[in-house]
Write a protein that binds this ligand. Structure first.
Ligand code: GH3
Ligand code: MG
Ligand code: MG
Ligand code: MG
Length: 314
């Protein structure tokens, strides 16, 4: 494969995908460089020479497509693909196996772990370029669909539908991993009065600014900021214990107060939020359901409201 010539093999007249980021995973740097030569004029090519390195890269900065070798020392391509499909942050990245394996059994194992395509070595460059193009176009279309269905139109945060789906998945993932999971529920204080005094358009603007603060509080790749509806937000924090949740909740409440958005009928003359937070341990039998975590965060939010608003409580 290292001797791949560089040929512009895409038939003209076909739709071209927008420039994309392709991750090439192979234990042989020569193979990676060959791929780089084929695609470098159209796409950004990133590289990983081991499974763990690929997983780390994908969780931090998900690429649009992965071209992956199967046989690698340590963690092989099948295991990497399975781990990617198991993680909500990476499950939508299409994986194409590029492999010297050729028996039907071996090919079936690749499909079983969730790849979108399978290319055998020695690689036919025309075939590979066309398949990569087709899968990048598909990825762009499915991203667009997911965006429309899963994002809140006003703020661009995840919507309730995405939250419900992610919550179930992350809960199960934390259950298997034996780790904790925390949830913040954030509600703007006296927002009805804000709309009454400043108007609905100013209200929308404030919702967007609060949303940006919630987005800014999501600092790790697995964190999910959500607009649940109305003036209510959620921040989902997988793998975060109670103390970590307290720090994030208190900082977020202070950050929003520090925006100093004037609110003559609010606490202290500015827009504030109340935050309820809760931590669950999905692997404990008495905490088997994700909804119980949402319920506890809601109860904490109610307590913050009745204690005088503009605060974070567990
Ligand atoms: P509390 O401090 O107890 O939370 O009081 P509140 O007034 O914030 O709560 P309430 O639930 O009574 O009112 C929420 C208000 O949020 C009502 C509605 O006018 C406003 N709201 C909900 N969705 C939107 C929206 O998309 N845009 C705007 N501008 N306002 C919204
Ligand atoms: Mg190999
Ligand atoms: Mg509310
Ligand atoms: Mg409110």
């Amino acid at each position: 494969m290292s001797a791949l010539p560089q040929t512009p093999a895409i038939p003209s007249g076909l739709p071209a995908p927008a420039p994309s980021r392709i991750l090439v995973v192979d234990d042989q740097p020569l193979n990676i460089h060959a791929m780089h030569r084929v695609f470098r004029n159209e796409h950004e090519i990133c590289m990983a020479t081991s499974g763990p390195q690929a997983l780390e890269f994908c969780r931090a900065t998900p690429p649009d497509l992965i071209l992956m070798d199967v046989l690698m020392p340590g963690m092989n391509g099948l295991e990497v693909c399975r781990a990617l499909k198991d993680d909500p942050a990476t499950e939508h990245i299409p994986v194409i196996f590029v492999t010297g394996l050729s028996t039907q059994d071996e090919e079936n194992r690749c499909w079983e772990v969730g790849c979108v395509d399978f290319i055998t070595k020695p690689v036919n460059i025309t075939t590979m370029r066309n398949r990569v193009r087709a899968h990048l176009l598909l990825k762009q279309q499915s991203d667009l669909l997911r965006q429309t269905a899963w994002l809140d139109g006003l703020t661009g945060l995840a919507n309730r539908r995405q939250f419900d789906e992610r919550l179930e998945k992350e809960w199960l993932r934390c259950q298997r991993a034996g780790c904790a999971m925390s949830l913040l529920v954030i509600d703007i204080d006296h927002f009805k009065r804000y709309n009454d005094r400043y108007g609905h358009l100013a209200g929308d603007d404030t919702l967007r600014r609060v949303a940006e603060a919630v987005r800014g509080a999501a600092r790790r790749p697995g964190d999910l900021p959500v607009r649940l509806g109305g003036e209510e937000f959620v921040l989902m924090l997988p793998e975060i214990e109670r103390e970590g949740a307290r720090v994030v909740a208190e900082r977020l409440e202070a950050d929003i107060r520090a925006l100093q958005i004037a609110h003559a009928d609010g606490e202290g003359g500015v827009v504030t939020v109340s935050v309820g937070y809760a931590t669950g341990h999905p692997s404990r039998e008495d905490q088997a359901r994700a909804e119980s975590l949402v319920g506890r965060a809601d109860v904490a939010l109610y307590a913050a409201k009745t204690a005088g608003r503009a605060r974070a409580l567990a």
